[in-house]
Design a protein around this ligand. Structure first.
Ligand SMILES: Nc1nc2c(c(=O)[nH]1)N[C@H]1C(S)=C(S)[C@@H](COP(=O)(O)O)O[C@H]1N2
Ligand SMILES: [Mo]
Length: 257
């Protein structure tokens, strides 16, 4: 084995072993500290879940940040996908909808070389990808659909992310819904900025005109009606500093499946 790789692998084993050992023996505080030391602690660690969530995040990242969410065949697409209830649309949303979303903008700022405000047609010029994946809600139900859009990595590449980028925060027209992912998920090939679903445009009930699909995590990370992306090195500046609205309401920031 290449010496650099083998050193990397043994470092991983070492961290994984210390996390597991400490988790078994003295629990939360110490394993949280180790995870933090190696940059493997989620931003909400120690707040609500501590041990379990910190270990899930750390072990997913140690196992490899490139693992793929399961993809399905066309025949497995759900005949009656379930759109979860969302808050009633705001007046601003209704105005944009009445104009066929021609004035919808996806703004990108933070640690990027070129701040941008992309229209839907700008997004649609970027490389198109599709995937048949499952939306799984924390409440237990799920459905399978084809999601069509452009990888978030392409949008970020167009804006030019800086080398100290660590997270991408995404915000929605649905104001209380905002979230973030680390760069492993932001640059992951299955994380898509979607504008279509199955055979047509993305219906409003499913998040149209633009929804971030993060199929490696539970449904609540796939925020509908996205309007802003902010690239950052520090989540403390957003909301209550826990990385998303989810931990403020009792759910984990990292919802890997
Ligand atoms: N803007 C917004 N995004 C949202 C939600 C919401 O209420 N508003 N609900 C989330 C939750 S809890 C889940 S499980 C999924 C549901 O996706 P679906 O409506 O396509 O089934 O959307 C997520 N994204
Ligand atoms: Mo959900």
């Amino acid at each position: 084995m290449d010496e650099r790789i083998s050193r990397h692998v043994s470092r991983r084993n070492l961290i994984a072993k210390s996390l597991a050992a400490v988790a078994g023996v003295s629990g939360l505080a110490a394993s949280g500290k180790i995870a933090e030391k190696f940059g493997l602690a989620p931003p909400d660690h120690g707040v609500l879940y501590g041990l379990g969530e910190t270990l899930t995040y750390a072990s997913h990242r140690l196992l490899g940040s490139g693992a793929l969410a399961r993809e399905f065949s066309r025949s497995e697409i759900s005949k009656t996908p379930f759109a979860n209830e969302t808050s009633p649309p705001s007046e601003d949303f209704k105005r944009l909808q009445a104009a066929g979303f021609s004035d919808w903008k996806l703004e990108i700022d933070g640690l990027v070389s070129n701040r941008a405000a992309l229209s839907l047609s700008d997004v649609k010029i970027l490389p198109r990808r599709s995937q048949i994946t499952q939306v799984a809600c924390e409440e237990g139900w799920s459905y399978i659909a084809e999601w069509i859009g452009t990888p978030l990595s392409e949008v970020l590449r167009a804006a030019g992310i800086k080398s100290n980028a660590r997270y991408v925060v995404y915000r929605s027209m649905d104001r209380e819904w905002w979230d973030s992912v680390d760069m492993a998920d932001a640059l992951h090939p299955q994380t898509l900025v979607t504008y279509a679903m199955n055979d047509g445009d993305l219906p409003v009930g499913f998040g149209g005109p633009l929804r971030l699909r993060v199929p490696r995590q539970l449904g609540y990370k796939s925020v509908k009606y996205i309007t802003h992306l902010t690239v950052t090195d520090d989540l403390k500046r957003f909301g209550k500093g826990l990385g998303s609205a989810a931990p403020e309401g009792g759910y984990a920031w990292y919802a890997g499946i």
